[in-house]
Structures are given as structure tokens and as C-alpha cells.
Design a protein around this ligand. Structure first.
Ligand SMILES: [Zn+2]
Length: 279
């Protein structure tokens, strides 16, 4: 016999299960919030490594230019000294060309060197910035991680408490009913016990065969809606309007629609009765 007390127990169980499911969902989802931050940290670290590699490359190019500059300088100085010891116009012209070439190279290498030095100081600045950002991000992440651990621990404790309440409630309920009830609440993320008014399930608004309403009213066993699987309890229908008090109520203004609906409903009733006969 299904008593009002049993139905109340199911309603309380429904609250407990909904809370438990929500908490379990949170426990799963919360750590994913760290994903974005972890990704950002990885990106920063990757850029940091790349900048360091680039720095090393520019650094070696810089010292190469520095050597070439020194070479060009000493070449020019040597040629300049030789100017003191030449005697012919031809010697003079050759030497003069050497000096000009060396000076041109010197100027070019000096420019290149300055450009590399600028690049190095920019890279150095960026590397310092990244070091700071990485440290900051790591700190935030570890704070967030421990915050999340605390939050999850608290939620797990809440789940444990709910499970205790759940066990107290379910110990004298039929375990199969409890199993089905929990499954429907999980699937529909909410209501597992709903009223049947007239012949209409208030969970899915389907019209059920009259025998369903009768069985629910008799209360000999738990009755599950054949459409949405929710447990049904009987509630006196105030008027015939309940039949149309669904999302489709707007169709009342259109007579054609009502006829169609009534036809559909007849078909549905037949379907259910057929299913019943097969069983
Ligand atoms: Zn239903």
C-alpha cells in the first residue's frame, strides 16, 4: 500500500537527490575552471622558452658583428699607416680604395651591431616581463587550486551527509522503486514525483489511460508514467479545464487544431493500451 507518508518520503528524497546530483556535478566541473589558467601558463612558458632561444641566436650574431667590426677597423688602421710609406700614385689609389672599403664595412657593421643590441635589450625586457607573468600566474593558480580543493572537500562532505539522509529515508522503501526514482531524477535533472490530474501526467502533460489514474488513486503500488517514467500521485482535478491546461493551451482558439489534437490523443491512448496488452 502506497501511503501519504511514502509519497512524502519520496518528495523529501527528491530534494536530497537533486541536491546530491547538483553537488556531484559541481565536484566534476569545478576543476575544469583551472583549465583556462593552466593553458595560459603553458603558453607563457612556451613563449618564454622561444624568447630565450631567440636571445641566444641574436647574441651570437651580435658577437659575430663585433668581431667583423674590429677586423674592419684594424684593416683600415693598417692601410692608413701604410699611407706614410707609399711613393707612387698607383699605390696611393689602391690604398685609398682599401681605406674607403674598410670604412664602408665598418659603418655597415656598426649599424648591424647597434640593431642587434637594440633587439637584445628588447628581448631582455620581454623575458623579464614573462618571468614576472609566469611567477604571478603560478601563484594565482596554486592559490586557486587550494581554494578549489577546499571547496570540493566541503561539497564532498555535503554529499556524504546527504547520502546518510538518503539511506535513512530509503531503508524501508522498495529498492527497485528507489533505483528507478533516482534514475529519473538524474535524467530529467529535477522532478521524479508528479501529480496526475484528471488523466494528465503533470510531468510530461501526456494524457494517460483512465486505468492509470484509477491505479494511482487506489494506491496499491507505485505507478510510473509510461511516457516520462516519473512516479505519479493522485491529485483531485478542479475542473475539466485541466485537460487543456498544458503548453498547447493556445490551440484552444483554433478549432481545427483541437480536432487534430483529440485525434492524436485517441491514437496515443490506443498505443498505451496495446503496450499493456502485450505485457
Ligand atoms: Zn509523464
Amino acid at each position: 500500500m502506497v501511503t501519504e507518508n511514502d509519497l512524502d518520503k519520496l518528495r523529501t528524497l527528491q530534494d536530497i537527490l537533486s541536491q546530491k546530483i547538483r553537488l556531484e556535478h559541481d565536484i566534476q566541473e569545478i576543476p575544469k575552471l583551472l583549465g583556462t589558467q593552466e593553458e595560459m601558463l603553458n603558453r607563457l612558458k612556451k613563449t618564454f622558452i622561444e624568447k630565450n632561444q631567440e636571445y641566444e641566436k641574436v647574441k651570437s650574431a651580435e658577437s659575430e658583428f663585433r668581431n667583423m667590426l674590429l677586423e674592419a677597423e684594424s684593416m683600415r688602421e693598417k692601410s692608413e699607416k701604410n699611407m706614410d710609406v707609399i711613393s707612387t700614385q698607383r699605390e696611393y689609389e689602391a690604398l685609398d680604395k682599401e681605406i674607403r672599403d674598410a670604412s664602408e664595412k665598418e659603418q655597415q657593421y656598426r649599424k648591424d651591431l647597434q640593431q642587434k643590441e637594440r633587439l637584445l635589450s628588447e628581448l631582455d625586457e620581454q623575458i623579464k616581463q614573462h618571468t614576472g607573468l609566469i611567477e604571478q600566474q603560478e601563484k594565482e593558480l596554486s592559490e586557486r587550486r587550494s581554494g578549489i580543493e577546499t571547496e570540493i572537500t566541503a561539497k564532498k562532505k555535503q554529499v556524504d551527509d546527504l547520502v546518510k539522509d538518503e539511506n535513512k529515508l530509503t531503508k524501508d522503501l522498495d529498492s527497485e522503486v528507489v533505483f528507478k526514482f533516482e534514475r529519473i531524477i538524474r535524467n530529467k535533472m529535477g522532478l521524479g514525483i508528479v501529480a496526475i490530474k484528471g488523466n494528465v501526467c503533470m510531468g510530461c502533460h501526456m494524457i494517460l489511460p483512465a486505468q492509470f489514474a484509477n491505479n494511482v488513486r487506489l494506491g496499491e503500488e507505485f505507478v510510473f508514467c509510461p511516457y516520462c517514467s516519473r512516479i505519479l500521485f493522485y491529485e483531485e482535478s478542479e475542473s475539466e479545464e485541466e485537460f487543456f491546461d498544458t503548453e498547447d493551451a493556445g490551440a484552444l482558439s483554433d478549432l481545427d487544431d483541437i480536432e487534430e489534437e483529440e485525434l492524436d490523443e485517441d491514437e496515443e491512448e490506443e498505443e498505451i493500451i496495446n503496450i499493456d496488452n502485450e505485457e
